[in-house]
Design a binder for this molecule. Structure first.
Ligand SMILES: [Zn+2]
Length: 162
């Protein structure tokens, strides 16, 4: 279990919070209790606990340092993660430092974006897109996911605890 943390400043009250990279539930501000944006890096050895076991839906940004379009997409995703704080975790994977993940998800181009929920890939897209498109892509995937979870297990809420 990774015990690494990152410092996140609350967008509401400015309080600096120490937020774990991997944890059950969803981070909230220690001062005002608003949901905090959750933006973390993952590698081959931490992806399972950071992304697959996460409670909120996860956007996986598979990027590379040498990739021009990634420099446009990453800030757009960060903006989305701030807007949808509490409803999404953004997990950034540098493909050059995560060869096993790149081959597992057959990443042929960067950026490749995945939406995962409870370990399952529910949407995928390759290439850059502006924030409006990413926001719609994410919200549509969430709507579809909610419908499917409801029909798959009526009444069942969340059985997952770390
Ligand atoms: Zn706060």
């Amino acid at each position: 279990m990774t015990t690494a943390t990152t410092i996140v400043r609350c967008g509401n009250c400015g309080h600096k919070n120490r937020v774990p990279l991997a944890a059950g539930g969803r981070p909230r501000c220690g001062n005002c209790h608003r949901a905090l944006p959750w933006i973390v890096d993952a590698f081959d050895d931490t992806f399972a606990e950071v992304a697959e076991k996460a409670d909120p839906p996860v956007i996986v940004d598979m990027w590379a340092t040498w990739c021009g379009p990634c420099r446009m997409v990453s800030p757009a995703l960060e903006r989305l993660a701030i807007e949808r704080a509490g409803d999404v975790k953004l997990v950034k994977v540098d493909v050059d430092r995560a060869p096993r993940l790149s081959s597992r998800f057959t990443v042929q181009a960067v950026p490749t974006l995945l939406i995962m929920h409870h370990g399952k890939v529910i949407a995928r897209q390759a290439g850059a897109a502006p924030v409006e498109v990413l926001r719609r892509w994410f919200d549509d995937a969430m709507e579809k996911d909610a419908r499917e979870e409801k029909s798959a297990s009526p009444g069942a809420d969340r059985e997952r605890r770390s």
